[in-house]
Design a protein around this ligand. Structure first.
Ligand code: ADP
Ligand code: GLC
Length: 501
């Protein structure tokens, strides 16, 4: 089974969020389970410089505004995973954030950059660029690769099947209809049954309409996105394709996130030897200038500061957190008003609130290890990884009951018992704190509940043990992807959803 994964980010070379963590782990796990998996990545400087043993296998062009596109083949460092690179300096050779210019606006030619990426993904999968390899399955991730299924669909006899994974429906990749003629697709695809959406072109919709199978990154989000509340306008399209959509929970790469073996930490620890966690907490409090109080509940946030993440709710709930003697450490980048709000709170409460607004992988590990609670009060959350990292580090997640957060955290007061335990006498499987409504009041109440439980040392210890013993490794999820690929290989070629297209 030959599978080409196409994605815009990969940890540790280039990361803006959880997509990179997924691409840094899942393809390698699938490969270790026996599939012939390869990757296609865009030639952003950090990726081009990070891949090893790169050789040019072909060049094409002019195309998509670039004089030439080069397809290069190399390897992901530290693994035996083959990675193809779409090298096109005209499109990708720009420093910093892969999608945004220096002012934080989308690059105006994003449609062209990622159309080129989707086009190359389709043709590479078909076997046109590397004479020694073609794919049975093209697995596309997020809107960046949304046009690839359309290019495959446009081929009258393509034998390549496609899977499109939604990591975040809120980012869809719009473009003006006038630009469509640059994309080398038949005008008939630019219809409401195709990739047109409210007078614009839409990469995400293209993926949703033209891929053979759709997945998203948690079972609960798969249900949510078929409703107007979470569908970002595409719930109608998704409902139509409901029978082709499944939710497969992301995993954790425990080689990267493991408190027993984490090079970023001042001390290691495990569920059976927790002393190191206290060392991590004390070191964090000292370096952040917080009160050196081992019994002050320490809350952490490691997050993009976007509307999705509910950081504004936390800002509103912060005075209550501080009043109750708790501490907050926050690492995030994003909306200016949130950065300013947390900076002001840190200035007002230097012994209890600390905030940094940069991207710092090592600091993220130290914070997750040091804290007692990791806060993820999201408005919506396709999967969320930081709550799962928190679980492994004995840092109890406090989350809103949405998406992957609902699928991975069991509330302290939930009456859920370990299967086969015989019931109440064994205690619950509680691993964290879950609240319902996206309001500061509801968040405050959950924070108060967490602080209350924290005072009960035995109960907290039990919850830490529950959390640390949860296994969210990639192996189980990878098997679900493999089953999905297998089902595609035996099913007949798909008819277009829209017969007019
Ligand atoms: P999303 O992909 O929506 O941002 P996830 O929880 O899936 O959310 O993944 C976020 C990833 O980005 C995690 O690995 C988290 O540790 C990391 N991260 C977020 N902000 C920062 C930051 N400022 N510094 C370092 N890592 C960060
Ligand atoms: C997105 C989502 C996040 C998910 C990640 C990886 O960025 O916002 O919830 O964990 O993708 O799938």
């Amino acid at each position: 089974m030959r599978v080409l994964h196409a994605a815009a980010e990969i940890f540790p070379l280039l990361k803006t969020g959880g997509l990179a963590d997924v691409i840094g782990a899942l393809p390698a796990v699938l490969r270790s389970q026996g599939a012939d998996v390869r990757l296609l990545l865009p030639g952003f400087p950090a990726i081009r410089e990070g891949l090893v043993e790169l050789e040019t296998i072909t060049g094409v062009g002019p195309a998509f505004g670039a004089a030439q596109l080069f397809i290069r083949r190399g390897r992901v460092p530290g693994s035996d995973l083959t990675a193809y690179l779409l090298e096109a300096p005209w499109l990708f050779d720009r420093p910093g954030n892969p999608y945004l210019d220096r002012d934080g606006s989308e690059w105006r030619d994003n449609y062209r950059r990622f159309a080129a990426f989707g086009w190359v993904a389709a043709h590479l999968a078909y076997g046109e660029f590397d004479p020694g390899w073609r794919a049975d399955i093209l697995h596309c991730h997020d809107w960046h690769c949304g046009l690839a299924p359309a290019y495959l669909h446009a081929h009258p006899a393509s034998r390549v099947r496609s899977v499109f994974t939604i990591h975040n429906l809120a980012y869809q990749g719009y473009f003006p209809l006038e630009e469509f003629r640059e994309l080398a697709l038949a005008p008939s695809l630019l219809s409401p049954e195709g990739l047109e959406f409210h007078g614009q072109g839409n990469f995400m919709k293209s993926g949703l309409v033209f891929a053979d199978r759709l997945t998203t990154v948690s079972p609960r989000y798969a249900q949510e996105i078929c409703t107007p509340e979470f569908g970002s306008g595409l719930d109608g399209v998704l409902s139509m394709r409901r029978s082709r959509l499944s939710g497969i929970l992301n995993g954790v790469d425990y080689q990267v996130w493991d408190p027993e073996n984490d090079p970023w930490l001042p001390a290691s620890f495990s569920a059976f030897a927790l002393e190191g966690k206290a060392v991590c907490k004390a070191a964090m409090q000292a370096s952040a200038g917080l009160d050196q109080n081992p019994r002050a509940p320490l809350f952490a946030v490691v997050s993009r500061l976007a509307d999705q993440k509910g950081a504004d709710l936390l800002l509103a709930a912060l005075p209550a957190l501080v009043r109750q003697g708790a501490q907050l450490i926050l690492l995030g980048t994003g909306e200016r008003f949130l950065e300013e709000g947390f900076a002001a709170a840190a200035a007002a409460h230097p012994r209890t609130v600390w905030a940094r607004f940069n991207y710092d992988e090592a600091m993220a590990h130290r914070m997750v290890a040091a804290a007692d609670v990791i806060l993820v009060p999201s408005r919506f959350e396709p999967c969320g990884l930081t709550q799962m990292y928190g679980l492994r580090y004995g840092t109890l997640p406090l989350v809103r009951r949405v998406g992957g957060l609902a699928d991975t955290v069991v509330d302290a007061d939930a009456m859920v018992f370990p299967s086969g335990s015989g019931g109440e006498t064994e205690g619950t499987t509680a691993t964290g704190f879950v609240f319902e409504r996206a309001t500061p009041i509801a968040l405050e109440a959950a924070i108060a509940r967490a602080i209350g439980v924290y005072a009960d040392v035995d109960r907290w210890r039990q919850m830490m043990r529950n959390a640390m013993s949860r296994d969210y490794s990639w192996a189980a999820s990878a098997v679900q992807y493999r089953d999905l690929y297998e089902s595609l290989l035996v099913s007949p070629a798909r008819q277009a959803t829209a017969t007019s297209v």
